[in-house]
Design a binder for this molecule. Sequence first.
Ligand SMILES: Cc1cc2nc3c(=O)[nH]c(=O)nc-3n(C[C@H](O)[C@H](O)[C@H](O)COP(=O)(O)OP(=O)(O)OC[C@H]3O[C@@H](n4cnc5c(N)ncnc54)[C@H](O)[C@@H]3O)c2cc1C
Length: 458
Amino acid sequence: MSSLNSTIYDCIIVGSGLSGLVTARNLSRLGHSVLVIEAQNRIGGRMYGEYLPSGQWIDRGGQWVGPTQDRFLALLDEYKIRRFPTPLEGKKVLLFDGKRYEFDGFFQGVPEGEAPKVSEKEWSDAMKAWESFEALSQTLPANHPIGNDDHYKKLDSQTFAQWIEENTHTAFGKWYFSYMSRAVGFLGPAEPNQVSLLHVLWGHKSASQGEHPEAELLHGGAGQIPQKIAEELVNNILINEPVIQINQNSQGVEVQTTKGKYSAKFTVVAMPPHLAGRITYEPPIPSLRQQLTQRMPMGSCAKLLISYDRPFWREKGLAGIGFGNCKWIELCADSSDPEKGVGLIATFVVGDRYKDWCLMSEVERRSSVLSDLANYFGEEALSPVTYNEVDWPREQWVGGGYAAFMPPGVWTTFGEALIAPVGRIYWAGTEMANRWAGFFDGAVRTGESAANSIATLL
Ligand SMILES: Cc1cc2nc3c(=O)[nH]c(=O)nc-3n(C[C@H](O)[C@H](O)[C@H](O)COP(=O)(O)OP(=O)(O)OC[C@H]3O[C@@H](n4cnc5c(N)ncnc54)[C@H](O)[C@@H]3O)c2cc1C
């Protein structure tokens, strides 16, 4: 690789997640020379997966796509990746405070169809608060909620937990919003006492569950995409080379890794802000940006993928979708590819539940997850064919999932440094998106935007 060192690239892209790969591909298509440098021994970041012996794929990171995620959908169409509707047919299960409810509707914040038969008082408490939440969210801009605005500042001075406390009056109502924050995630996920009310409201405005971001799954999984993009970038991707320092002057940038130094006219750092903050910059980046990178933690989230010889829950009229305040599993979803015949449940252990779960032994972790799944779908859940867990906070080059969130005060004090370039250094990554931040679509958008900015300068 040392021969690369004498080349001066048009742009070096640091990080080979979806945002970095899209940046590099788009610049390369315009005839610019690029080099992608990745810390891990694989490309893709939060977008990667594998095939099970049964032929069913599993996505260890993201997997779903929705109908209004048009930049990601365009990418899927371009690579001819086929999609199928997320299996929804059958009754959903709500487990709340030890009681079990089967119902024909659905809710991820936005309620649809039949409601679970919790008491009228509990349901209307959640629904009334949901209306207030939606109305408040609509007072926010389509773009990032930054700047010296009293309304944003007021919302940013509170945690979501405070809003929940003031606006809900039943245990169910309180759980309904906590579950949304913690398990579904408003650009998070985050425990309500850790996240800014402004962040959550803006998350709902710019990436609403009402637009069904989990409507479809991909045959072969999202994990196949990085390799498809990389095919256009042959010989221009280095893996296993963490970037440790970026120097810049009026002529260009020098990117130093654990193995060598590479020169370019510009660089795009394509990763969550806290990881960008680990790199040393010379001259130092502005203090607002430096401080921002200290204030955007990743959500606490492990993803579990559990496969069965068949989707046995359908034989009982169940959809394979569960919500509830169980000990470990608050959300689980049928992710079976209809062309494979295998049953696959994707689920998560999130927030404070994750904190306790990750300290248990492997055997305890597995049995805790399976026993919650058995409460949702029956005893058959205890006997999977495969069980895979991905402990995202342990992945040192990502540090959590699904994405980073902002605690109180961060948007209105440091938010303007989120996307502002610093000389020849540009930023990409889903966290920087002003639409669908935290999702694949947001990553594509920031990759496209970074490539456009650099191409204009070149
Ligand atoms: C469990 C989970 C479930 C999710 N579910 C969905 C979903 O269903 N649908 C959806 O749309 N989105 C989902 N997401 C979010 C989606 O995966 C991300 O939004 C997207 O993949 C982020 O891409 P990125 O390029 O912004 O960042 P990343 O994928 O994080 O890429 C950053 C890259 O930078 C590299 N890097 C870091 N530091 C350095 C360094 N110093 N030097 C070199 N390289 C470095 C990292 O190794 C990584 O490869 C999920 C995420 C997780 C974790």
